[in-house]
Design a protein around this ligand. Structure first.
Ligand code: FES
Length: 347
């Protein structure tokens, strides 16, 4: 289920596809975003289905935005230090606009409610990224499986795929057509698209869909945890990389490899930070005054990724594949630790 760099991102859970960080971190977060010149303006806002609104974000001075690829997401930094990840779901070739869709989460932590109820056209929004944890890799055939708002990262993938091949299909499941965003953008694909709803078409059989796949089909899935688990169960034994999921719920990880302190040396400053048992690397770095953009703090969003120059990280994230872990050239300090006495990171 693991994808290559960039790996998989995550989605519907909490406030859509989101995670928070504490308010004490908002100043460095905004500073970090500002350094990348990514303080964007809400250029447009519209409802795209029941409970889902779409934001169009553009540079206030009309400058080009950093390029992105299908599967990418951005961090949207909201007041009170709330950081949310949203998949880019607009036209990948429009260099002036990022589009994201936000599901209102009635039981969320306030981020989606803020976007729906308070964020206005003309407001400025600091942005982190874009980054891609869920890249579209070359394959002979594709099956895309979306649940609800999980359609958002898959839309640009589908639009890119459909431009070059007919060997793809989409299963898009939701409670009702009224709640499912972007059905209009999918109309033109005809029989490539199967829409499963509780109130109209009924749920098709996941077993039938997955059992009938040819071995050269790569499956991309994004949606609620239950859907991801159902798809993962049906792909047990598949070759690595054939199933690619976007996940915002961390996978379980074993106990840390060491229970003693280790040093994190910064390659671009004279600083060395000692990380004691029970303290996270990210927390230790931030306590020492080092700014590292972070969001989920659970090893699922990819925001805090830092390059590793030397040493062996104890990877505890839900993003890297086994191959990527073996390279020991990056880590996610919100959850990962160290196997070696010393790590040198490119900060
Ligand atoms: Fe999300 Fe570290 S903050 S992976």
């Amino acid at each position: 289920m693991k994808a290559p760099l960039h790996r998989h991102g995550g989605l519907p859970q909490g406030d859509g596809m989101t995670a928070t960080t504490s308010s004490r971190n908002v100043t460095p977060l905004i500073a970090a975003a500002s350094r990348d010149s990514l303080v964007l303006t809400v250029a447009a806002k519209r409802t795209v289905s029941h409970g889902v609104c779409e934001l169009a974000l553009s540079d206030p001075a009309g400058r080009l935005l950093p390029d992105w690829t299908p599967g990418s997401h951005i961090d949207v930094i909201l007041p009170a230090g709330r950081v949310r990840q949203y998949s880019l779901c607009g036209d990948r070739w429009d260099p002036f606009v990022y589009r994201v869709a936000v599901l209102r989460e009635p039981h969320g932590r306030g981020g989606s409610a803020y976007v729906h109820d308070e964020l206005r056209v003309g407001d400025r929004v600091p942005i982190g990224g874009p980054r891609n944890n869920f890249a579209l890799v070359p394959a002979q055939r594709y099956l895309f499986i979306a649940g609800g708002i999980g359609i958002t990262p898959l839309l640009p993938m589908i639009e890119q795929t459909a431009g070059s091949t007919d060997a793809w299909s989409l299963v898009y499941a939701g409670r009702s057509r009224a709640t499912m965003a972007f059905l209009d953008r999918l109309d033109r694909y005809g029989e490539h698209v199967s829409v499963w709803t509780d109130d109209c078409t009924g749920r098709g059989e996941l077993d039938a869909v997955m059992n009938g796949l040819s071995a050269d089909t790569t499956v991309y899935c994004c949606g609620p945890a239950g859907l991801l688990e159902a798809v993962e169960q049906r792909s047990l034994g598949w070759p690595a990389g054939r199933l690619r999921t976007e996940r915002f719920v961390p996978t379980a990880s074993a106990a840390p490899m060491r229970d003693t302190a280790f040093d994190v040396e910064l390659a671009r400053s004279p600083l060395t930070v000692t990380v004691h048992p029970g303290i996270g690397v990210l927390d230790a770095l931030q306590a020492a005054g080092v700014t590292v953009l972070a969001s989920c703090r659970r090893g699922v969003c990819g925001t805090c990724e830092i390059p590793v120059v030397d040493g062996i990280p104890d990877h505890r994230d839900s993003l890297l594949s086994d191959e990527e872990r073996a390279r020991n050239n990056c880590m996610f300090p919100c959850v990962s630790r160290s196997c070696s006495d010393r790590l040198v990171v490119d900060l």
